[in-house]
Design a protein around this ligand. Structure first.
Ligand code: PLP
Length: 388
């Protein structure tokens, strides 16, 4: 890593795309025009046109994100899923095969297990906690390995250094979804990952008002993914890019608070009589705690818990909170609670969830920016009212 690179707090403020400067403005205006005077440009993929990711707001958002992740280049997309699907299609191509962690984010899992096959692309799932089993899952067509920085909803942290080592030994493209950790806590490119994906909808934007995604990596890889994005059309809207750019300026501040709130809430819930189990990589009781401490600068804003009263108590609990919000999303300024069995992992079925270790009453929490005292009071009150 270059020691001359500014810290992330500085990077998110300074990282303005030079070409995006407008009459000396510090903030790039939203360029809504879809029509531009024809210039000298002859490369058909670099014509100024919104779908081709060549507008000022798109270029600026992509460049700042690339710098924040320590990548050479970046591309922003209409959603996290647009980044994930476009990248997997571009890297794997018909006849390819991918090894993926299980369980993945719900829509990613669905894409890998139900859609890739229809495109003539194979897949195999691996247990990231059992590296000795990975090799047996390889096929002659395996081209990539796909993992998540911190998995949803059980917050499993893979030995990411070992994932990179395995990918290199078998000439696989290593791809990681860094949404849950955010670049404040973890920068996978520094560890050797080839491609980093984001649902920018979550921490990167951080204000619960934008759907967007991003892919970061080497200029060569980003160029070949852009060829697919240009034709598949999942390009980010300039207004979304503007909002993302604005939200990004407080990324480090927000994530530091979310890390602190999650740790304090996890510690509090761990001692609570109505809580049976707390899952948070920052707790010594988490099976991947040592690994997370080595890899990450912070343990993130996501935690999960099981209540002593099980699924019924959990259902009552999420309806009793007043400061936190009962919602399936994450990474916003407000603390969000969801029961994965009824939302993100409903599609797995009871049997699938049992196999994945996701209990019916598991409550997933995305800590926001509220004062920790108010959060703890809210949780205590809801636990008492729910008779959890
Ligand atoms: C939300 C999310 C996605 C999908 O992102 P969208 O912006 O909703 O398309 C992918 N991966 C993870 C880990 C997520 O949390």
């Amino acid at each position: 890593m270059s020691t001359r690179r500014p810290h992330i707090e500085t990077e998110v403020i300074q990282g303005t795309h030079d070409a995006a400067r407008f009459e000396g403005a510090q903030v790039t205006p939203i360029v809504r025009s879809t029509v531009f005077e024809a210039g000298e440009q002859v490369d058909p993929h670099n014509i100024r046109y919104g779908r081709l990711s060549t507008l000022a707001n798109q270029l600026e958002a992509a460049q700042v994100l690339a710098r924040v992740e320590g990548a050479e280049a970046g591309l922003v997309t209409a959603s996290g899923m647009a980044a994930i699907t476009t990248t997997l299609i571009a890297v794997l191509r018909s006849g390819g095969h991918v090894l993926a962690q299980r369980p993945l984010y719900g829509a990613t899992q669905q894409f890998v297990s139900e859609r890739l096959g229809e495109l003539g692309i194979g897949h195999g799932f691996i247990d990231v906690r059992k590296p000795e089993t990975w090799q047996a899952a390889l096929t002659p067509d395996t081209r990539a390995i796909y993992v998540e920085a911190i998995s949803n909803p059980l917050l499993v942290v893979a030995d990411h250094a070992r994932i990179v080592e395995f990918a290199r030994a078998h000439r696989l493209v290593s791809i990681i979804d860094n949404t849950f950790a955010s670049p404040v806590n973890f920068r996978p490119i520094e560890l050797g990952f080839d491609l980093v994906l984001h649902s920018a909808t979550k921490y990167l934007n951080g204000h619960s008002d934008v759907i967007m995604g991003a892919v970061l990596g080497s200029a060569d890889r980003i160029r070949s993914i852009k060829l697919w994005l240009d034709t598949l059309g999942g390009t980010a809207d300039p207004e979304a890019c503007y909002l993302l750019r604005r939200g990004l300026k407080t990324l480090a501040l927000r994530v530091e608070r979310q890390n602190a709130n999650a740790l304090a809430l996890a510690r509090h819930l761990e001692t609570h009589a109505r809580v049976a189990k707390v899952i948070y990589p920052g707790l010594a009781s988490h099976p991947d705690h040592a690994l997370a401490a080595r890899l990450f600068d912070g343990f993130g804003g996501m935690l999960a818990c099981e209540l002593a009263g099980g699924a019924e108590a959990a259902g009552r609990f999420v309806r009793c909170v007043k400061v936190a919000v009962h919602s399936a999303s994450l990474g916003g300024p407000e603390t969000l609670l969801t029961i994965p069995a009824t939302t993100s992992h409903a599609g797995l079925g009871a049997e699938g969830r049992a196999r994945a270790g996701i209990s019916e009453g598991l409550v997933r929490i995305s800590t926001g920016l509220e004062h920790i005292d108010d959060l703890i009071r809210d949780f205590d009150g809801a636990l008492a009212t729910a008779g959890a």
